[in-house]
Design a protein around this ligand. Structure first.
Ligand code: SF4
Ligand code: SF4
Length: 83
């Protein structure tokens, strides 16, 4: 939790969003290559720059993936799951 002080409210608490290098869970995004068409949407949407296209298929770098789940929602072919 981050703590922010301003003039209107003496104390405001809000959760930290998983946009940096923080791991959310111990899961990792996994691509089903049979369902991947190589459209590249997940590559563009991944905030951790953890996905690249290799031979026209998405490939996740497990060391860079922060488990945010963005790519799961982005893929139009439901080719990515969190495992
Ligand atoms: S879950 Fe998907 S979008 Fe999020 S960091 Fe991992 S590969 Fe990138
Ligand atoms: S968004 Fe889905 S279909 Fe497109 S490259 Fe990524 S995994 Fe493949």
């Amino acid at each position: 939790m981050d703590v922010v002080r301003n003039n209107r409210k003496p104390l405001l608490l809000y959760p930290t969003f998983p946009m940096g290098k923080e791991k959310v869970t111990n899961m990792v995004a996994k691509v089903n290559k049979e369902d991947c068409t190589g459209c590249g949407i997940c590559v563009d949407d991944c905030p951790a720059v953890a996905i690249e296209l290799v031979n026209d298929k998405a490939k996740v770098d497990a060391d860079e993936c922060t488990d945010c789940g963005t790519c799961v929602d982005s893929c139009p072919n439901e080719a990515i799951s969190m495992e």
